[in-house]
Design a protein around this ligand. Structure first.
Ligand code: NAP
Length: 514
C-alpha cells in the first residue's frame, strides 16, 4: 500500500506517527495512508519563503507563465492514469474525474496565457498615474509579489483543480506555494503534484506539498504569507481566528459553503426551460452533488411547479447509481463515511421544511458493489411547503445529490427575497427571456453573490453550466461563502501581491517603471 510523502524543503519526506487511511469510497478498500506528523512545518515554510520566493520574483510574468504551461502539460500527459486515481479514491465517475483534472490543466493554461500577455515585466501597474499637483507631482499604484508563502488548504471534492487553480494565481503573481490537499482524497492531488515535481519545472522552493493534516502549520505563518482556504465554514472560522493569523495580520481568503440557487422566471422560452432542467439535473448528479457551486435551491413559479417537478423526476429516474468504475454508472458514492452521515443528517434537517418528491431518503441500491459496502447516498429532490419559511433549506448546505424545489409567486420581488435568504453565495443562475425582469433580478441579488449566470434563449444551448468555474471570472462569494475572491484573471493575483503607491516626480517615476 502506498504511503503518501510530502514534498518540502526540496525533497520527499515521510511523516511519522499514526497515519490516516485513504479509501475507495465505493468498496471501502484502503488505498494509501498519509500523515504529516514530524514533517517540520516551520522549516518547510522558511525554505519556500527564502529559496522559492527570490527565485520566482526574479522571473518575469512571461517566464512564470511558461512554467505554468509546462505544469499543465505535465499533468495532461498522464490524464488517463489520473482519471483512474480519481475514480478509485474520489468516488468519481469518469466524467466527474475529467471535470476535475481538465479543470486543473485548463486553469493552469489560462494563467500561462495571461503570463504571456503580461509580458516581460515583474510588477503590475494598478490604474493610471494620478496627478497630484500639476504634471510634475504625481503618483502611481504598483502591485508586487508578497515576500512570503502562499499556503493553500483545499477541500476533498476537487483534489486536482482545487490546488491547481490556487497555484496558478500565486505562482504567476510571484509567490511560492505550499499546498495542503484534503487528506481523504489526497491520492490524486499527490500524484498531480508529483508529476510537476518530477518534471523539474519549477525553481527549488517554489512548490511544496503537505500530505496529511495541517498540524501546527498555521502557527508558523507571518504577515508576508497568504492563507487561501477552501472547505467548510466552521473550518474557515477556525483558520481565520487562529492566534498567529490574528497577531500577524495574515491575509486569509476563505471559500466556503453556498446555497446556490437556480431561478426560473415566468414565460421562459422552451430552450431556456430545457437549459434550466439540464443544469439542475447535472448539478444534483455530477460529483454526487459534492460541488461548492452545485444548485441546492430551485426557484420555480408556482404556476410551473408541476411541469418542473414531473420533468425533473423523469430525468432523475434515468440516473444509475453505483460503482463509478462501471461505464453505465452516472453517480458514484460520496467521498467519505463522514460525508455519508452528514448528507443523511442534512436531509433530515431539510425534511422539517420540505417533502420528498423524488427518491427515498432511506434507500439506495448501488450497482456493482458488494452488499452494504461503500458510502452511497440516495439522489433526492425535495419540495418546500413554504419557500420563504423553509429555514433549513436556506441555512443548511447538504453536500450531496440533493436539491429543493421552492415555489414562488413569479415576481422578481419574491424571487430575490428567497435567493437572499441563503445569506450570500458563490453563484446563482437565472433562466428567463424577459429583459426587464432579468435586469431587475440581477440588480437585486448581485451583492449577495460572487457570480451570476444569466441564461436566455439565445445562449440556452451553449451556456456554460454554473458549476464550471472559469479562470477569467471571479470565484468566491460574500457572507456564508466566506467572503473570498479567487480567479477572475488578473484579479485573482491581487491576493498574492502588495499594492503600493509610489509618489513623487511624475516623469522620474514613469522612467523608473518603464
Ligand atoms: P473541511 O473539512 O473544512 O476541510 C477542508 C480542508 O481544511 C482540508 O484540507 C482539511 O484537512 C483542512 N483542515 C481541517 N481542519 C483544519 C484546521 N484546523 N486548520 C487547518 N486546516 C484544516 O472541508 P471539506 O469537507 O474538505 O470540504 C467540504 C466543504 O467545502 C463544503 O462545505 C463545501 O461547500 C466547501 N467547498 C467550498 C468551495 C468553494 O470554492 N467555495 C469549494 C469546494 C468545497 P484534512 O482533510 O486533513 O482534515
Amino acid at each position: 500500500m502506498q504511503t503518501l510523502k510530502s514534498f518540502v524543503r526540496g525533497e520527499w519526506v515521510a511523516g511519522s506517527g499514526s497515519p490516516a487511511e485513504l479509501v475507495n469510497p465505493a468498496t471501502e478498500e484502503v488505498l494509501a495512508t498519509a500523515t504529516s506528523a514530524g514533517i517540520g512545518m516551520a522549516s518547510a515554510l522558511s525554505f519556500a519563503r527564502d529559496v522559492g520566493g527570490p527565485a520566482l520574483r526574479r522571473l518575469t510574468f512571461a517566464e512564470r507563465g511558461e512554467l505554468l504551461s509546462k505544469m499543465s502539460h505535465a499533468v495532461h500527459e498522464q490524464r488517463e492514469a489520473l482519471i483512474e486515481l480519481a475514480i478509485a479514491n474520489g468516488g468519481n465517475t469518469r466524467s466527474d474525474a475529467k471535470f476535475d483534472i481538465d479543470g486543473a490543466t485548463a486553469t493552469l493554461m489560462a494563467y500561462a496565457d495571461l503570463g504571456k500577455e503580461l509580458g516581460d515585466t515583474r510588477f503590475l501597474l494598478d490604474g493610471a498615474p494620478a496627478e497630484l499637483s500639476g504634471p510634475r507631482l504625481s503618483g502611481q499604484h504598483l502591485r508586487l509579489p508578497r515576500h512570503g508563502v502562499a499556503v493553500h488548504i483545499g477541500a476533498f471534492n476537487f483534489p486536482a483543480w482545487g490546488w491547481a487553480e490556487k497555484a496558478a494565481c500565486a505562482l504567476l503573481a510571484g509567490m511560492p506555494v505550499l499546498t495542503k490537499p484534503a487528506t481523504a482524497t489526497a491520492l490524486l492531488a499527490h500524484r498531480t503534484a508529483q508529476l510537476v515535481v518530477e518534471a523539474q519545472i519549477l525553481p527549488a522552493g517554489a512548490f511544496s506539498l503537505l500530505c496529511g493534516s495541517a498540524g501546527d502549520l498555521l502557527d508558523h505563518v507571518g504577515w508576508h504569507d497568504v492563507v487561501a482556504f477552501t472547505g467548510g465554514s466552521s473550518t474557515g472560522r477556525t483558520i481565520r481566528s487562529g492566534e498567529r493569523v490574528l497577531r500577524e495580520g495574515v491575509r486569509v481568503n476563505v471559500e466556503a459553503d453556498s446555497l446556490n440557487a437556480a431561478v426560473l422566471l415566468p414565460g421562459a422560452d422552451d430552450s431556456t426551460f430545457a437549459a434550466f432542467l439540464r443544469d439542475v439535473e447535472r448539478d444534483m448528479v455530477q460529483k454526487t452533488g459534492q460541488k461548492c457551486t452545485a444548485i441546492r435551491r430551485v426557484l420555480v413559479p408556482a404556476s410551473e411547479l408541476s411541469r418542473v417537478r414531473d420533468a425533473l423526476c423523469e430525468r432523475l429516474a434515468g440516473v444509475t447509481i453505483g460503482n463509478p468504475a462501471l461505464p453505465e454508472v452516472r453517480m458514484g458514492p460520496v467521498a467519505t463515511r463522514t460525508q455519508q452521515r452528514d448528507v443523511g443528517a442534512g436531509v433530515s434537517a431539510l425534511l422539517a421544511d420540505a417533502q420528498v418528491v423524488f427518491g427515498d431518503p432511506e434507500l439506495v441500491r448501488p450497482v456493482g458493489v458488494a452488499e452494504g459496502k461503500g458510502f452511497f447516498v440516495p439522489l433526492l429532490l425535495l419540495e418546500a411547503r413554504d419557500a420563504m419559511a423553509a429555514r433549513a433549506v436556506h441555512s443548511h448546505e447538504v453536500f450531496g445529490p440533493v436539491a429543493t424545489l421552492l415555489p414562488y409567486d413569479g415576481t422578481v420581488e419574491q424571487a430575490s427575497a428567497i435567493v437572499r435568504a441563503g445569506d450570500g453565495g458563490l453563484v446563482t443562475t437565472i433562466y428567463g427571456d424577459e429583459r426587464d425582469e432579468l435586469a431587475q433580478l440581477v440588480e437585486a441579488i448581485a451583492p449577495w453573490h460572487g457570480r451570476l449566470v444569466v441564461v436566455d434563449k439565445r445562449i440556452a444551448d451553449k451556456s456554460l453550466p454554473p458549476g464550471t468555474v472559469m479562470p477569467q471570472l471571479l470565484h468566491g462569494g460574500p457572507g456564508r461563502s466566506g467572503g473570498g475572491e479567487e480567479l477572475g484573471g488578473v484579479r485573482g493575483m491581487a491576493l498574492y501581491q502588495q499594492r503600493t503607491a509610489v509618489q513623487g516626480n511624475g516623469p522620474l517615476i514613469s522612467k523608473l517603471l518603464a
